[in-house]
Design a binder for this molecule. Structure first.
Ligand SMILES: [Zn+2]
Length: 317
C-alpha cells in the first residue's frame, strides 16, 4: 500500500510560485493548460504511449502526486488504478483531486453497451476494463442498474469537454483566488474555441451520406450521441481481450445489415483483427484517435478532434 503524504492546506505553490497541476490523460492536460495559462505548470501522469486502460501506478508517481497542488482526473472508473493506489490516504487526496465528470447529470452519462440488435437474445454482459457494467435493455430507455458504471470517454464530446473545462476553472479559482479573473479570462477564450469546434463538427457531420460506424473499443458513444452518428458495434468489448468467434459472427451480420462502410481502429490497439474483418466484408479500415495517448500541446485536443473529423469526412461523406 502506498502512503500519500500531503502537505498542509494553504501551503505556497511550487518554487517558481506556480500552481502544479497533474492530469491523467492528454485531453485533460490540454484543458488545464488553456485555463491556467502562465499561472501553473501542468504535467500529465501517463507516459505518451500508455493509455489509461493499461496503466500501472508506479511508486515514483507517488512523488508527483505529493508535489501536485491540483490533480485533474476524468472519473467514471477511468483511473481506478489511482483510486486503489491512494486508498490509504483517500481523504487527504480528495482535497486536491477533481473529476471532469463531477456535476454531470445522470442524463448526460451513457451506461449501455453498443447493442447488436439483429439478435436481441444474444445478450452481451461482459465487463469492460474501465469498470463493471451490465447491458442496458436498449439505447434511450434511460434505465440502468444500481451498480452500473457510466462510459468514461466524456472528452470525445466537445460540449462535455466544456463542462470539464469549467470544473478546472472553478478548482483553480478556489485554490488561487488572487488570480480568479485571469483564470476566468483564459477559460472564456478556450470555451469559445470549443464551442466553435462543436459547431464545425456538427455542420460537417450533417452533410455525411452515411451515419453508421463500428469502432474498436467503446470510446465514441458520447461523440456519436452528440452528432447523431449511430454506433452499430465495437470489436473489443473488453479492451485488450479478443472477442469470441460467436460475438464476431454477430458483429459481421450487423455490419452487413446496416451497410457500415468502414471499421475504425485506434492507435493504441493492434489493427490486425479489424483489418481481417474489413477484408472479409470488403469494406475500409481507418483510424480514429481516442486521445487516450499521444503528444501533449495546448492545441492537441482540438487538433485531435479535427483529425478525427477529417477521417470521418473521408469515409462517411
Ligand atoms: Zn477507453
Amino acid at each position: 500500500m502506498l502512503v500519500l503524504l500531503l502537505g498542509p492546506a494553504g501551503k505556497a505553490f511550487g518554487e517558481d510560485g506556480k500552481i502544479r497541476i497533474l492530469t491523467s490523460i492528454p485531453p485533460l492536460y490540454c484543458w488545464a493548460v488553456n485555463v491556467a495559462g502562465d499561472l501553473a505548470t501542468v504535467e500529465n501522469l501517463l507516459p505518451a504511449d500508455v493509455g489509461p486502460h493499461d496503466y500501472q501506478f508506479k511508486p515514483k508517481d507517488l512523488k508527483r502526486l505529493q508535489n501536485a497542488d491540483l490533480i485533474v482526473l476524468n472519473g467514471l472508473g477511468l483511473e481506478d488504478w489511482f483510486t486503489r493506489a491512494i486508498q490509504a490516504n483517500a481523504a487527504e487526496a480528495e482535497r486536491k483531486v477533481i473529476h471532469i465528470a463531477d456535476g454531470l447529470a445522470e442524463t448526460d452519462l451513457i451506461f449501455h453497451l453498443p447493442t447488436l440488435e439483429l439478435d436481441p437474445s444474444h445478450s452481451i454482459q461482459e465487463g469492460h476494463d474501465h469498470g463493471p457494467r451490465t447491458q442496458d435493455p436498449g439505447p434511450g430507455t434511460g434505465h440502468r442498474h444500481e451498480h452500473d458504471q457510466a462510459n468514461p470517454h466524456l472528452w470525445q464530446d466537445p460540449r462535455l469537454a466544456m463542462h470539464g473545462v469549467t470544473n478546472i476553472l472553478l478548482a483553480l479559482q478556489r485554490i488561487d483566488p488572487a488570480h480568479a479573473a485571469d483564470y476566468q479570462r483564459n477559460a472564456t477564450a478556450y470555451l469559445s474555441r470549443l464551442a466553435a469546434l462543436d459547431a464545425e463538427i456538427r455542420q460537417a457531420v450533417a452533410g455525411f451520406s452515411s451515419h453508421t460506424v463500428v469502432t474498436y473499443h467503446d470510446a465514441f458513444p458520447y461523440f456519436c450521441r452528440r452528432y447523431g452518428i449511430e454506433l452499430a458495434g465495437v470489436i473489443e468489448q473488453v479492451p485488450g481481450s479478443d472477442p469470441s468467434p460467436r460475438y464476431l459472427a454477430e458483429l459481421l451480420k450487423v455490419i452487413r445489415a446496416r451497410k457500415v462502410k468502414v471499421i475504425f481502429t485506434e492507435p493504441q490497439f493492434n489493427p490486425r483483427l479489424a483489418k481481417r474483418l474489413a477484408d472479409d466484408l470488403g469494406i475500409a479500415v481507418a483510424e480514429l484517435d481516442v486521445l487516450e495517448t499521444g503528444a501533449l500541446s495546448p492545441d492537441s485536443y482540438e487538433d485531435g478532434l479535427r483529425r478525427n473529423l477529417r477521417v470521418l469526412q473521408q469515409y462517411l461523406k
